[in-house]
Design a protein around this ligand. Structure first.
Ligand SMILES: *[C@@H]1O[C@H](CO)[C@@H](O)[C@H](O)[C@H]1NC(C)=O
Ligand SMILES: *[C@@H]1O[C@H](CO)[C@@H](O)[C@H](O)[C@H]1NC(C)=O
Ligand SMILES: *[C@@H]1O[C@H](CO)[C@@H](O)[C@H](O)[C@H]1NC(C)=O
Length: 440
């Protein structure tokens, strides 16, 4: 047990509080109404940003915000709180607060604090996302970031302070695990990412490490677009349509067999809609935790020729055909604790644009596996001989910078934390403005 902050003087009171806290089962460590674990997300409504945070007692849900650091913050927005009870033995109760700020001016920097009269957070800053397709979003992309050994976090923090990104894509596997130690590991993780996540929309998809208690820590702690509690959703960012989904429906089927089909039908219709607006938003980018292909030296699904994510369950609801059919440009994956870039590929066939410029007018989707942000499980080795479809493999901690320059040009850079921020992979994907719907 840690000493209770601000409670050193009165021992009888302390003991009373202790008993009361024990009664409240587990609220012991942070018995306050002050917000913590503050983070942002974007629910897809232009000019909005959503703030999510945690308290340990019921409290108001308010955000005060404005454009100047020193002034009193002139605007306020109200939201709601919901109680989340973790599935662990202590049944710890978290109050998750959600407030959506609206009418934000595109590209303008805002200052905010969240909480209520019972306690306020410190002030944070963020830049409102720009609207429309004609700007160049920059994203940090990674998966598999733990509360222990979070190697990429210091540099991500620095990049965030320097304004290098507009959003983060965390491709599954958080904290290792959010439910552990009666969800205290989740609390520790959410505090750890706050310097990044309170300043940038932190967009997620579920990984296998979120599985406990039916993904409830994942669903409760994040606030993603749509009505599936972050299991699958999509959103538009500049010239891109970004689709997030759960590969876990293929593996933890006891939580709901119907989820594979429900998600698949949703993906189908979402990709159809995305193709209707493709002339204005040419890029379709997917993010899901477990890859279809990988050349790691383990026994994961992606090492199997007929991986479930690729081919589906008994050959049904496989994602490779679906994504190929709808002309998905770029597929972001994690799960393997390494970085791997594939040549454009469909059904094990390498489909380079040309030998000289494989990613210019590629004839199949491009896959990137970026799961080396750092966690207690450390890095994953590769098999000795790269597969013919594997272009680059890096067994070093790091993360990916994704720059969606415009409707035809996207740049991917892999940052190595082992090499003090050196760019160890750098590639442009170039596709024409029109005719993106199908690969020929
Ligand atoms: C798990 O969650 C999903 C969606 O969030 C729900 O449809 C399903 O019924 C749940 N399964 C169990 C066993 O609670
Ligand atoms: C794809 O392009 C790369 C780089 O030029 C080359 O090494 C590889 O052999 C090409 N693969 C095929 C099947 O053309
Ligand atoms: C995107 O940027 C590249 C590089 O500056 C440029 O060559 C290309 O014409 C641009 N495409 C569009 C659609 O503006």
């Amino acid at each position: 047990m840690q000493p209770l902050p601000g409670w050193p003087h009165c021992w009888p009171c302390f003991c009373l509080l202790l008993l009361a806290s024990l009664g409240a089962r587990g609220a012991l460590q942070y018995p306050r109404a002050a917000p913590e674990q503050v983070h942002l997300s974007y629910l897809g409504e232009p000019g909005s940003m959503t703030v999510t945070w945690t308290t340990w007692v019921p409290a108001g849900s308010e955000v005060q915000f404005g454009v100047h650091v020193s002034d009193p913050l002139p605007f306020r927005a109200l939201g709601t709180a919901s109680a989340f009870v973790d599935g662990g033995a202590l049944r710890r109760k978290l109050y998750i607060h959600r407030v959506t700020l609206r009418g934000l001016r595109p590209g303008v920097q805002y200052v905010y604090r969240c909480g209520s009269a019972q306690g306020w957070s410190r002030r944070f800053r963020f830049r409102a996302l720009k609207n429309g397709p004609h700007w160049s979003p920059r994203l940090a992309v990674f998966g598999d970031l733990g509360a222990d050994n979070p190697k990429a976090l210091p540099r991500l923090r620095r990049d965030t302070q320097q304004g290098l990104f507009d959003a983060v894509l965390h491709v599954g596997d958080f904290a290792y695990n959010m439910d552990e130690d009666n969800a205290r590991v989740g609390d520790r993780f959410m505090r750890l990412i706050e310097p990044v996540a309170a300043s940038l929309p932190y967009m997620t998809c579920p990984g296998n490490h979120e599985e406990r208690y039916n993904f409830s820590n994942y669903k409760a702690r994040f606030s993603m677009p749509g009505d599936t509690e972050g299991l699958w959703y999509s959103w538009d960012l500049g010239p891109a349509h970004i689709v997030s989904f759960s590969t876990e429906v293929y593996f933890f089927r006891h939580y709901g067999r119907h989820l594979i089909e429900r998600q698949f039908r949703w993906l189908e219709s979402d990709l159809q809609k995305a193709n209707k607006q493709r002339a204005t938003r040419p890029w379709i980018i997917t993010m899901g935790h477990r890859p279809m292909y990988c050349s790691n030296a383990d026994l994961d699904d992606c090492t199997r020729h007929e991986s479930k994510v690729r081919r589906g369950h008994h050959g049904k609801f496989g994602l490779e055909d679906l994504f190929h059919k709808h002309g998905v440009d770029l597929q972001l994956w994690a799960h393997e604790h390494s970085y791997e870039r594939l040549w454009p590929i469909y059904n094990y066939q390498v489909l380079n644009g040309s030998r000289e410029a494989p990613y210019t007018n590629p004839r199949g989707p491009v896959h990137i596996i970026t799961g080396s942000a750092g966690c207690e499980e450390r890095l994953t080795p590769f098999v000795i001989h790269p597969r013919p479809w594997s272009a680059v493999r890096v067994k070093e901690y790091g993360y990916t910078r994704l720059h969606i320059l415009n409707g035809t040009h996207v740049r991917l850079q892999q940052v190595s934390d082992d090499q003090d921020g050196k760019i160890v992979d750098d590639v442009w994907i170039v596709r024409p403005l029109l005719g993106r719907r199908m690969y020929l």
